[in-house]
Design a protein. Structure first.
Length: 210
């Protein structure tokens, strides 16, 4: 069961008052925090399906002492934006700084700084086919439609542009900057197109929760 605000307050008081960073307390606090991350992502991007969060920082409750979390992130199974479905969106954030006062007094996790972050999203042939309206396949390092190479580019206006000779170009918006705060590059892997990039500021879906 996920602890409520009163419970997490008790956990924090216990950890601070007794210096308790025991395994059980740490697991409960970590579970509560990941559930709040998931809630924040769903509120920020309500069309997201299959939201999962994670924290890799042991012990997690060391954040009460030094305000530092090693790694935090989220995974979204599917996100449809203007007819184009992005699969397996993964956000990884490293070296987070947390406001200790807000965590202890207000039961809120407020991220003030990160060292680095990465995000990736996958576009499958099935998703591209449905969005573009013609059969699209993924070759080793390119897209093809009816045997013709398909051009892919990302514009600064946060649009993915797909061009098929003889048909023309169509633009599709990227996922919201709250999840994908940078302009991605395009690569191909596992018979799919992967968009990925790095960032150095806190995506808004991860700034404050609790």
């Amino acid at each position: 069961m996920i602890p409520g605000r009163g419970c997490i307050t008790g956990i924090v008081i216990l950890a601070v008052g007794l210096g308790g960073l025991g395994d059980v307390t740490d697991v409960v606090a970590r579970h509560w925090t990941t559930s709040q991350i998931e809630k924040r992502i769903r509120a920020t991007v309500p069309q997201a399906q299959g939201v999962h969060a994670h924290i890799r920082s042991f012990p997690f409750l060391k954040v009460l002492v030094n305000g530092h979390v090693d790694e935090m992130g989220g995974h979204i199974d599917h996100l449809t934006v203007a007819r184009l479905t992005f699969d397996d969106i993964d956000v990884e954030i490293h070296g987070l700084r947390i406001k200790q006062g807000d965590l202890i007094s207000n039961r809120k996790v407020v991220v003030t700084h990160i060292d680095t972050g990465t995000v990736s999203a996958t576009l499958t042939a099935a998703s591209l086919t449905q969005a573009f309206g013609v059969p699209v396949g993924v070759a080793a390092n390119s897209l093809v439609a009816s045997g013709v190479a398909v051009g892919v580019s990302v514009r600064s206006s946060r649009q993915v542009v797909i061009t098929v000779a003889g048909i023309g170009a169509r633009s599709f918006p990227l996922p919201d900057a709250s999840l994908l705060p940078c302009l991605p590059s395009v690569a191909f892997a596992h018979q799919a197109m992967v968009l990925s990039c790095s960032f150095d500021h806190v995506p808004s879906a991860f700034t404050s929760f609790g």
